[in-house]
Design a protein around this ligand. Structure first.
Ligand code: SF4
Length: 253
Protein backbone atom coordinates (compact mmCIF):
# COMPACT_ATOMS: atom_id res chain seq x y z
CA UNK A 1 0.00 0.00 0.00
CA UNK A 2 1.36 3.44 -0.99
CA UNK A 3 2.06 5.63 2.02
CA UNK A 4 1.33 9.37 2.05
CA UNK A 5 4.45 10.87 3.60
CA UNK A 6 3.25 14.42 2.96
CA UNK A 7 0.13 14.35 5.07
CA UNK A 8 1.81 16.15 7.98
CA UNK A 9 3.84 18.63 5.96
CA UNK A 10 1.20 21.29 5.50
CA UNK A 11 0.59 21.35 9.21
CA UNK A 12 4.30 21.50 9.99
CA UNK A 13 5.07 24.14 7.38
CA UNK A 14 1.96 26.08 8.30
CA UNK A 15 3.13 26.25 11.90
CA UNK A 16 6.80 26.90 11.14
CA UNK A 17 6.64 30.66 10.71
CA UNK A 18 4.50 31.06 13.78
CA UNK A 19 6.83 28.96 15.92
CA UNK A 20 9.86 30.87 14.64
CA UNK A 21 8.17 34.19 15.33
CA UNK A 22 7.21 33.13 18.83
CA UNK A 23 10.67 31.82 19.69
CA UNK A 24 12.44 34.83 18.18
CA UNK A 25 10.16 37.24 20.00
CA UNK A 26 11.06 35.49 23.28
CA UNK A 27 14.78 35.56 22.47
CA UNK A 28 14.63 39.25 21.53
CA UNK A 29 12.72 40.04 24.71
CA UNK A 30 15.25 38.17 26.87
CA UNK A 31 18.20 39.84 25.18
CA UNK A 32 16.74 43.33 25.47
CA UNK A 33 15.93 42.66 29.15
CA UNK A 34 19.50 41.44 29.77
CA UNK A 35 20.88 44.52 28.04
CA UNK A 36 18.68 46.82 30.15
CA UNK A 37 20.12 45.24 33.29
CA UNK A 38 23.66 46.24 32.29
CA UNK A 39 24.96 49.11 34.35
CA UNK A 40 25.29 52.12 32.02
CA UNK A 41 28.89 53.19 31.77
CA UNK A 42 29.72 56.31 33.72
CA UNK A 43 32.41 57.46 31.32
CA UNK A 44 32.98 58.38 27.72
CA UNK A 45 34.13 55.23 25.94
CA UNK A 46 37.45 55.64 24.15
CA UNK A 47 36.07 53.50 21.34
CA UNK A 48 33.52 56.19 20.56
CA UNK A 49 35.62 59.37 20.52
CA UNK A 50 36.33 59.01 16.79
CA UNK A 51 32.58 59.42 16.14
CA UNK A 52 32.43 62.41 13.77
CA UNK A 53 29.55 64.21 15.54
CA UNK A 54 30.59 65.59 18.94
CA UNK A 55 26.98 66.46 19.73
CA UNK A 56 26.02 62.79 19.40
CA UNK A 57 28.84 61.94 21.84
CA UNK A 58 27.32 64.35 24.38
CA UNK A 59 24.01 62.50 24.09
CA UNK A 60 25.79 59.17 24.50
CA UNK A 61 27.78 60.36 27.52
CA UNK A 62 24.61 61.64 29.18
CA UNK A 63 22.70 58.43 28.33
CA UNK A 64 19.99 60.46 26.64
CA UNK A 65 17.19 58.12 25.57
CA UNK A 66 17.46 57.17 21.90
CA UNK A 67 14.58 58.06 19.59
CA UNK A 68 11.54 55.79 19.56
CA UNK A 69 12.42 52.45 17.94
CA UNK A 70 16.15 53.28 17.69
CA UNK A 71 17.36 51.52 20.83
CA UNK A 72 19.34 48.27 20.48
CA UNK A 73 16.97 45.47 19.52
CA UNK A 74 17.46 41.71 19.80
CA UNK A 75 19.03 41.40 16.37
CA UNK A 76 21.69 44.03 16.94
CA UNK A 77 22.42 42.60 20.40
CA UNK A 78 23.00 39.22 18.73
CA UNK A 79 25.40 40.91 16.32
CA UNK A 80 27.35 42.23 19.34
CA UNK A 81 27.41 38.76 20.94
CA UNK A 82 28.55 37.17 17.69
CA UNK A 83 31.30 39.79 17.41
CA UNK A 84 32.78 38.55 20.70
CA UNK A 85 32.73 34.95 19.47
CA UNK A 86 34.43 35.91 16.20
CA UNK A 87 37.04 37.77 18.22
CA UNK A 88 37.72 34.62 20.26
CA UNK A 89 38.32 32.73 17.00
CA UNK A 90 40.78 35.32 15.70
CA UNK A 91 42.61 35.27 19.04
CA UNK A 92 42.92 31.47 18.82
CA UNK A 93 44.17 31.60 15.22
CA UNK A 94 46.79 34.25 15.98
CA UNK A 95 48.01 32.33 19.03
CA UNK A 96 48.18 29.14 16.99
CA UNK A 97 50.45 31.02 14.57
CA UNK A 98 52.83 32.02 17.33
CA UNK A 99 51.65 35.50 18.27
CA UNK A 100 51.88 36.08 22.01
CA UNK A 101 48.58 37.87 22.28
CA UNK A 102 47.53 38.86 25.79
CA UNK A 103 43.84 39.65 26.15
CA UNK A 104 43.26 39.51 29.89
CA UNK A 105 45.05 40.26 33.12
CA UNK A 106 45.73 37.47 35.61
CA UNK A 107 42.41 38.20 37.36
CA UNK A 108 40.55 37.76 34.06
CA UNK A 109 39.75 41.44 33.57
CA UNK A 110 40.52 43.28 30.34
CA UNK A 111 43.48 45.61 29.90
CA UNK A 112 42.48 49.22 29.62
CA UNK A 113 42.96 52.80 30.70
CA UNK A 114 41.15 55.52 32.53
CA UNK A 115 41.76 59.26 32.20
CA UNK A 116 40.17 62.61 33.10
CA UNK A 117 39.32 61.39 36.62
CA UNK A 118 37.72 58.26 35.23
CA UNK A 119 35.46 60.17 32.82
CA UNK A 120 37.25 58.80 29.77
CA UNK A 121 38.07 55.10 29.67
CA UNK A 122 38.62 52.22 27.32
CA UNK A 123 39.18 48.48 27.32
CA UNK A 124 41.47 47.08 24.69
CA UNK A 125 41.06 43.79 22.84
CA UNK A 126 44.66 42.88 23.58
CA UNK A 127 48.37 43.48 23.31
CA UNK A 128 50.75 41.37 21.22
CA UNK A 129 54.04 41.22 23.09
CA UNK A 130 55.91 38.92 20.71
CA UNK A 131 55.35 37.10 17.47
CA UNK A 132 56.59 36.12 14.03
CA UNK A 133 58.54 38.65 12.00
CA UNK A 134 55.82 40.43 10.02
CA UNK A 135 57.32 43.91 10.04
CA UNK A 136 56.08 45.04 13.46
CA UNK A 137 58.20 45.88 16.45
CA UNK A 138 56.41 44.44 19.48
CA UNK A 139 54.58 45.23 21.70
CA UNK A 140 51.58 46.28 19.63
CA UNK A 141 48.03 47.14 20.53
CA UNK A 142 45.64 44.60 19.00
CA UNK A 143 42.13 45.57 17.98
CA UNK A 144 39.62 43.34 16.28
CA UNK A 145 36.32 43.80 14.43
CA UNK A 146 34.04 41.30 12.73
CA UNK A 147 32.50 42.85 9.61
CA UNK A 148 30.08 41.84 6.89
CA UNK A 149 31.41 41.39 3.37
CA UNK A 150 30.51 44.91 2.13
CA UNK A 151 32.11 46.62 5.09
CA UNK A 152 35.15 44.29 5.05
CA UNK A 153 35.75 44.85 1.31
CA UNK A 154 35.59 48.60 1.82
CA UNK A 155 38.18 48.35 4.60
CA UNK A 156 40.50 46.24 2.46
CA UNK A 157 40.15 48.68 -0.43
CA UNK A 158 40.53 51.98 1.43
CA UNK A 159 42.36 51.16 4.67
CA UNK A 160 41.33 51.83 8.25
CA UNK A 161 41.66 55.62 8.39
CA UNK A 162 39.46 56.25 5.35
CA UNK A 163 37.07 53.31 5.60
CA UNK A 164 36.51 53.21 9.38
CA UNK A 165 37.42 56.58 10.94
CA UNK A 166 35.73 55.70 14.25
CA UNK A 167 37.88 52.57 14.64
CA UNK A 168 40.95 54.50 13.50
CA UNK A 169 40.24 57.06 16.25
CA UNK A 170 39.79 54.25 18.73
CA UNK A 171 43.18 52.69 18.05
CA UNK A 172 44.93 56.08 18.07
CA UNK A 173 43.45 57.02 21.44
CA UNK A 174 44.14 53.57 22.87
CA UNK A 175 47.76 53.68 21.72
CA UNK A 176 48.15 57.09 23.36
CA UNK A 177 46.81 56.00 26.72
CA UNK A 178 48.38 52.53 26.66
CA UNK A 179 51.73 54.06 25.64
CA UNK A 180 52.09 51.85 22.57
CA UNK A 181 53.58 53.09 19.33
CA UNK A 182 51.93 50.70 16.91
CA UNK A 183 48.70 48.75 16.53
CA UNK A 184 47.70 45.67 14.59
CA UNK A 185 44.11 46.00 13.45
CA UNK A 186 42.50 42.68 12.47
CA UNK A 187 39.17 42.44 10.69
CA UNK A 188 37.37 39.17 10.12
CA UNK A 189 34.84 38.82 7.32
CA UNK A 190 31.86 37.24 9.09
CA UNK A 191 30.51 35.80 5.84
CA UNK A 192 33.68 34.20 4.46
CA UNK A 193 36.08 34.00 7.45
CA UNK A 194 38.71 35.91 5.44
CA UNK A 195 41.09 37.93 7.57
CA UNK A 196 42.55 41.39 7.00
CA UNK A 197 45.37 42.87 9.08
CA UNK A 198 46.64 46.42 9.02
CA UNK A 199 49.58 47.98 10.81
CA UNK A 200 48.54 51.35 12.26
CA UNK A 201 51.39 53.56 13.45
CA UNK A 202 50.74 55.94 16.34
CA UNK A 203 49.89 59.47 15.18
CA UNK A 204 50.47 61.84 18.14
CA UNK A 205 48.65 64.80 16.54
CA UNK A 206 45.58 62.68 15.79
CA UNK A 207 45.60 61.25 19.32
CA UNK A 208 45.91 64.73 20.84
CA UNK A 209 43.01 66.01 18.75
CA UNK A 210 40.88 63.05 19.88
CA UNK A 211 41.84 63.57 23.51
CA UNK A 212 40.93 67.29 23.24
CA UNK A 213 37.62 66.32 21.64
CA UNK A 214 36.87 63.91 24.49
CA UNK A 215 37.54 66.67 27.03
CA UNK A 216 35.24 69.10 25.21
CA UNK A 217 32.46 66.47 25.08
CA UNK A 218 32.78 65.75 28.81
CA UNK A 219 32.91 69.47 29.69
CA UNK A 220 29.86 70.29 27.58
CA UNK A 221 27.88 67.40 29.04
CA UNK A 222 28.76 68.39 32.59
CA UNK A 223 27.71 71.99 31.94
CA UNK A 224 24.40 70.79 30.47
CA UNK A 225 25.39 72.10 27.05
CA UNK A 226 25.21 70.55 23.63
CA UNK A 227 27.99 70.86 21.09
CA UNK A 228 27.27 72.08 17.55
CA UNK A 229 25.61 69.73 15.11
CA UNK A 230 27.76 68.14 12.45
CA UNK A 231 25.41 69.30 9.70
CA UNK A 232 23.16 72.18 8.76
CA UNK A 233 20.20 69.99 7.84
CA UNK A 234 18.68 66.83 9.23
CA UNK A 235 18.94 64.99 5.91
CA UNK A 236 22.75 64.79 6.21
CA UNK A 237 23.72 61.12 5.85
CA UNK A 238 25.08 60.80 9.40
CA UNK A 239 21.96 62.39 10.86
CA UNK A 240 19.75 59.97 8.95
CA UNK A 241 21.55 57.11 10.71
CA UNK A 242 21.71 58.79 14.14
CA UNK A 243 19.54 57.35 16.93
CA UNK A 244 19.23 60.86 18.47
CA UNK A 245 18.15 62.66 15.27
CA UNK A 246 14.63 63.48 16.40
CA UNK A 247 15.81 64.75 19.77
CA UNK A 248 18.69 66.63 18.20
CA UNK A 249 16.75 68.54 15.59
CA UNK A 250 14.02 69.43 18.10
CA UNK A 251 16.50 70.96 20.54
CA UNK A 252 17.49 74.60 20.31
CA UNK A 253 20.63 75.06 18.20
S1 SF4 B 1 21.26 64.11 14.34
FE1 SF4 B 1 23.14 64.69 13.28
S2 SF4 B 1 23.84 66.57 14.29
FE2 SF4 B 1 22.33 65.59 15.63
S3 SF4 B 1 23.53 64.35 17.06
FE3 SF4 B 1 22.93 63.03 15.37
S4 SF4 B 1 24.61 63.13 13.90
FE4 SF4 B 1 24.84 64.85 15.31
Amino acid sequence: MAMDFNHGSAWVYGQEATVADKINARIDEAMVARNKKQKPRAYLGGSRVGEPCARRLVYEYLHAPMDEGKDFDGRILRVFDAGHKFEDLSVAWLRLTGFDLRTNKKDGSQFGFSAANGKLAGHIDGVIVAGPDVGIIWPALWEHKALNTKSWNDLVKHGLQVSKPVYFGQVQLYMAYMELSVALFTALNKDTEELYHEIVPFDPAEAQALSDKAVSVIRAAECGELLPRIAAASDFYLCRMCPYAERCWKEAA
